[in-house]
Design a protein around this ligand. Structure first.
Ligand SMILES: [Zn+2]
Length: 261
């Protein structure tokens, strides 16, 4: 597997977004490089591999980038100054209130697709499809016109990825379930040496010989559960900040005990 990302923070145009690409695609690489089965069919991206299962691995990795734990350790300026609390607080206060809206922005795509593909062929006109888009946006997002045009999302245009967009939302549910499991077990995520081996054993090694749900059961002891993502979306800005600082403190304490900075 190969990917490119100019994640060199001191180069213009190569900031947070590229770092996100590095972590996201790196997560896919870690996954597919660690499938340990006796045939290549267990480690490819087509069925029975699901997009939700594959994206869980990459989105788990890129989810770490928004954590105060990670930011406080790695986000430094050219003079090695650690990112100030105020900046992290500002990131949370900008992002947290939009959490539910962001998940709904994913949901609006598969709901629209579902209705579109169920439409009678004779009634498919530019006007009827536009009306369906507006109706779905209103129902799911509560706005008259969404800022991201549904038909411009590339997944709809390439036939092999049509009807797959819900995979991102399912993956996000699994990511938050996985995060909650690890936080419950160890109190923190960033630089936690227990996480890689656990993911390798339960999520990566079986490849697509296990279903997504099975992999979650094997790691967390619980089947697919969307309530962790819902909890995250319902958190207030203050409680999100509070939770982040607690995890940061636990991480520092655990790593100090291990002799790691
Ligand atoms: Zn991906």
């Amino acid at each position: 597997m190969a990917f490119t990302s100019n994640a060199k923070p001191n180069q213009s145009g190569c900031g947070y977004r590229e770092l996100n690409t590095l972590f996201h695609e790196g997560g896919h690489a870690a996954h597919f490089a660690n499938v340990r089965q006796n045939a290549p069919c267990f480690a490819q991206e087509f069925a029975p591999t699901t997009m939700a299962y594959a994206e869980t691995q990459s989105m788990f990795c890129d989810s770490l980038l928004g954590d105060a734990e990670w930011l406080k350790t790695y986000a430094k300026d050219e003079n090695e100054n650690v990112v100030p609390d105020e900046v992290i607080k500002a990131m949370i206060s900008v992002g947290q209130p939009l959490s539910a809206y962001r998940e709904r922005s994913i949901l609006v795509v598969p709901l629209f697709e579902h209705k579109l593909y169920a439409m009678d062929e004779d009634s498919l006109t530019p006007e009827s499809i536009t009306a369906l888009i507006r109706e779905t946006e209103k129902a799911v997002l509560g706005v008259d016109v969404a800022s991201r045009p549904i038909l411009a999302i590339p997944h709809l245009l390439t036939h092999e990825y049509a009807c797959a967009y819900h995979g991102y939302l399912l993956a996000h549910m699994a990511v938050y379930q996985t995060r909650a499991y690890f936080i419950g077990q160890y109190g923190y995520l960033s630089d936690n040496p227990e996480i890689g081996p656990a993911l390798a054993k339960h999520y990566w090694n079986p490849g697509n010989s296990h279903t997504h749900d099975q992999t979650l059961r094997n790691l967390t002891g619980e089947g697919f559960n969307p309530s962790y993502l819902a909890e995250h979306c319902n958190q207030s800005t203050d409680s999100a900040w509070q939770e982040q600082t607690e995890r940061l403190a636990r991480r520092n304490k655990r790593l100090k005990n291990r002799g790691v900075r």
